[in-house]
Design a protein around this ligand. Sequence first.
Ligand code: SF4
Length: 209
Amino acid sequence: MKKDYVINVVEKLKQAYPDAKCSLNFETPFEMMIAVMLSAQCTDERVNLTTPALFAKYNTPVSIANAPLKELESLIHPCGFYKNKAKNMKLAAQKILTDFGGEVPQTMEELMTIPGVGRKSANVVMLEAFNHPQGIAVDTHVKRISNRIGLSNKSEPEKIEQDLLKQIPSKYYQDVNHVFIWHGRKTCTARNPKCSECPVCDYCKAYQK
Ligand code: SF4
């Protein structure tokens, strides 16, 4: 697909969702990383309801590395997969202390060595915590919209991201990360998308069929 075409899609979505931004609450890069880990298979709203109590007690690598596992599990229980997430939080905190001097690293490669942090999470941390987007975090919304509009016919997030990066100039990475997710939540929903009020229906392959 031509770059101009894709840029038009992004611009239309920016106009439609001028307030689109990350909806996870955090104050430090470490809190951001933990919030993203908790958001796997969970809504941002539920993460935001969970993190205040967690971060009030445990919001640094040292505190989480030393926290009782059972207490972490209890605090994050509402986010689901709490045993695995609590275990990864402790492993991640230990890794940051051991390998990165207690600071969340600022490269994709280093972030992806941290337990519980995959490419999608690393992309979110680079954008939201460091304001230095390196790519596009492909979640369920970005995947669905990319497939429907025709920006990618792949199903694996990494391959979809590569297709997007070939078509979207880097200056739009931040916008795409935000507006695609908002479009997926508000209009291009998984079931019953609101195509009749969609700002990019003229560009959408699924709609043109
Ligand atoms: S036209 Fe429908 S399917 Fe296509 S992007 Fe818009 S809401 Fe989604």
